[in-house]
Ligand binder design. Structure first.
Ligand SMILES: [Zn+2]
Length: 106
């Protein structure tokens, strides 16, 4: 399954097209717009313009079903993040830089 152009948005960091998906936990997850066998996210369209994703990384994760395709999380390929981290992170991403800074101060 390939996302339609109307389903894609521009990444706020690098401007490239991304597909927003919703994880089973209800969090938003941006993936690159084309299926990729190297991806660790199994995605499929659950409703018009709504895609669900699930991670294939866990030892208990089932392999992709026939209706699912593998996608790469956009954070893995985004070129914009190196310059400056986004002001708001997805709920399932923990910001590590403030912690590192406080660890150095000790
Ligand atoms: Zn990006």
């Amino acid at each position: 399954m390939i996302p339609t152009k109307r389903e894609l948005r521009a990444c706020a960091e690098c401007g490239r097209p991304i597909l927003w998906t919703v994880t089973r936990a209800g969090a938003r997850m941006a993936v690159d717009p084309r299926p990729d066998e190297r991806g660790n996210q199994a995605c499929y369209r659950i409703a018009p313009r709504t895609w669900q994703s699930r991670s294939l990384d866990g030892t208990d994760a089932l392999p992709p079903a026939p209706h699912e395709h593998r996608f790469v999380p956009h954070v893995a390929t985004c070129k914009g993040r190196k310059a400056a981290p986004p002001a708001t992170l997805p709920e399932n991403v923990i910001r590590l830089d403030p912690r590192r800074r406080s660890a150095r101060r000790r």
